[in-house]
Design a binder for this molecule. Structure first.
Ligand SMILES: [Zn+2]
Length: 169
């Protein structure tokens, strides 16, 4: 699981999608649908990174990308698990381990991912992140809902036209 946080350490969709466009090379490895991306393409404004829309197969500047949830938000079902395997989607069901590791990309110029431990408070629908050596000190906390909205593992670039057609499908 990988997320990026705002300047105040929160998960905010507007920040996540903006960060992806502005720091494409940092985020590209974590996203879906990046097959066929090009580091450099001249659309008429000089060389810039390009992505291939997973719906229509056309190339666009990353600058114009909209960010799409591969599994639509409204269809995601959460299943809590103690499995040893990683968190992942099985169809529309996200199997979220009750404890595990999460990578958090901070909002700064370095943007090196921090590896944190987390535990889920199922009753409150809250994810608490902490350093493994200090489980009592929660350094980051967010709702499961916010996690599912901002989880980079479920995000992909898409052209605006295809994204508006896709809706919740
Ligand atoms: Zn498209």
């Amino acid at each position: 699981m990988v997320v990026t946080v705002s300047v105040r350490n929160r998960l905010i969709w507007r920040v996540t999608s903006q960060q992806i466009r502005e720091h494409w090379s940092v985020f590209k490895p974590y996203l879906k649908g990046t097959l066929g991306t090009r580091d450099s393409w001249d659309f008429g404004k000089g060389n810039e990174p390009a992505f291939c829309c997973p719906e229509c197969g056309r190339y666009y500047p990353v600058f114009t990308a909209t960010i799409d949830h591969a599994v639509p938000r409204s269809l995601i079902r959460i299943e809590y698990t103690d499995s040893l395997f990683s968190n992942w989607f099985v169809g529309n069901t996200f199997k979220l381990k009750r404890t595990g590791m999460i990578s958090v990309i901070p909002f700064d110029t370095d943007m090196r991912a921090l590896r944190l431990d987390y535990r889920v408070d199922e009753m409150r629908g809250i994810v608490q992140c902490y350093e493994s050596f200090s489980p009592g000190t929660v350094v980051l906390e967010f709702s499961v809902d916010d996690l599912m909205e901002n989880l980079l593992d479920n995000l992909q670039p898409m052209c605006a036209y295809c994204n508006s057609c896709k809706g919740n499908h």
